[in-house]
Design a protein around this ligand. Structure first.
Ligand code: HGY
Ligand code: MN
Ligand code: MN
Ligand code: MN
Length: 428
């Protein structure tokens, strides 16, 4: 049963749906592509405007705001025992090209609204509550997913890599960060690492990015595990040449090598024996990219995941073998085979799953346990704090495209479950 001090207020949980809807619309206008799509890439001018917008809303909610060296933004509501480890919640506001306005945003604006709900209900937090806006969950600009939360989770490897990472315009990560006033005169970013035990719990509210909740007419998803993501970069090089004059036996077409590898990836994924294994080639570039020039270079970026890391790693091994075999059989050079990240899955903490189930039940919301096939900042926060995630349904499960949609009613349900879960965890 809920702690006596919250029970009375649950019924008085009121979400300001109008202002939350307006905020979601306004935030979506900070985009490099026309509505209804959203494109908001790390450390661009639109990202800066969006950060300012969210910091302002945090301020209006009475949160004290701070930022770390890479622009993770923290809005804190001090508890009456604020020496204790706090309870955190949050998500991201960066958006991949031509995507939607809810991915990540629901877990940032919704988290701030959850704070407002608790304040309006008269709740007083024991453990401080902190809303986190993670810098760059999407891998778009520097090819690194969950950059901010990976660093918060203490990744020395990433700290080192960021000293030399550049984007495809050859702008370095540090230069881009400094253009927004972050990473001031420091190449070493270990100041971002969270001290162990900083949080007693981390909970993220997010759209499901899948069709299950909507299909089954369930309001709340309670995530038990997050699938293990991996991304690879592969390049083939051949002699290229004139698309008319070079006869077929004399060609070593890097584009066809890429095409053959893409289909081999699909085969390796499908033969894994599990529906949970997925893979795609999200980026495929051909050089020089002229219709009448045989591709002399192909560049593939591959995303493959599974809830079972071993099974996923086997797929990666097979992709490597196929890359070598195809290069040999087509007489092209395998000029790059790079595993960018190969992360383990994360399990939600029992106690947080329980708190979320009780919260959903007390709010009379239908709910079910499920896994997250998308990764989230929670995947890395789970390395430094007990973690949990609340899902809400989204239209046909669409995400990472402009048709992404979640109704304000569904969002409001998620905000209430988040608010009640945060309250419970704060009083523990
Ligand atoms: O790709 C993902 O899983 C996340 O939505 N960025
Ligand atoms: Mn995403
Ligand atoms: Mn997301
Ligand atoms: Mn994600």
């Amino acid at each position: 049963e809920s702690h006596p001090r919250i029970a009375s207020s649950v019924s008085s949980f009121s979400v300001d749906t109008e202002s939350l809807q307006k905020q979601i619309e306004e935030l979506s206008t900070f985009s490099d592509t026309p509505a209804p799509s959203v494109t908001r890439i790390l450390y661009t001018e639109k990202d800066l405007l969006a950060r300012r917008y969210v910091k302002n809303i945090m301020g209006l909610s009475g949160l004290s705001v701070r930022e770390d060296a890479v622009g993770n933004i923290f809005g804190r509501w001090d508890g009456y025992e604020n020496k204790l480890a706090g309870v955190a919640t949050g998500s991201h506001i960066d958006a991949i090209p031509y995507s939607g306005k809810y991915d990540g945003v629901v877990g940032v604006l919704g988290a701030i609204e959850a704070i407002n709900v608790l304040k309006r209900s008269g709740f007083k937090p024991r453990r401080s509550l902190e809303v986190v806006l993670f810098t760059s969950e999407e891998p778009t600009r520097f090819g690194i997913s969950c950059l901010g939360s990976r660093l918060l989770a203490g990744s020395e490897e990433l700290n080192k890599a960021l000293k030399t990472t550049t984007d495809n315009q050859n702008i370095s990560f540090l230069e881009a960060a400094r253009s927004l006033g972050y990473a001031k005169d420091q190449d070493d970013l270990s100041s971002v690492f969270l001290d162990k035990g900083s949080y007693s719990a981390f909970v993220e509210l997010h759209i499901e990015q899948g069709p299950i909740l909507e299909e089954e007419g369930i309001s709340i998803g309670i995530v038990t595990a997050i699938a293990a993501p991996a991304s690879l970069k592969v390049e083939f090089e051949g002699n290229g040449g004139h698309a008319g004059a070079v006869l077929m036996p004399n060609r070593n077409d890097a584009g066809l090598a890429a095409a053959e590898l893409a289909l081999a990836i699909e085969k390796h994924v499908l033969e894994s024996g599990s529906i949970d294994t997925v893979g795609t080639v999200g980026i495929l570039q051909l050089h020089p990219g002229a219709i009448n020039s045989i591709p002399s270079k192909s560049h593939l970026e591959i995303d493959t995941r599974d809830i079972d890391a071993e099974r996923r790693n086997l797929v990666i091994e097979k992709i490597h073998q196929s890359s070598i075999r195809i290069a040999k059989s087509r007489g092209v050079r395998l000029s790059e085979f790079l595993i960018i990240n190969q992360d383990p899955p994360a399990l939600s903490a029992e106690a947080i799953v329980k708190a979320m189930e009780t919260a959903a039940a007390e709010l009379n919301l239908t709910h079910k346990l499920m896994i997250s096939r998308a990764y989230h900042d929670s995947l890395f926060m789970a390395r430094v704090s007990p973690m949990g995630m609340v899902f809400i349904p989204c239209y046909k499960g669409y995400s990472h495209k402009p048709e992404e949609f979640a109704s304000i009613q569904e969002i409001s349900n998620g905000v209430k479950v988040l608010a009640l879960t945060l309250a419970k965890l704060s009083l523990q």
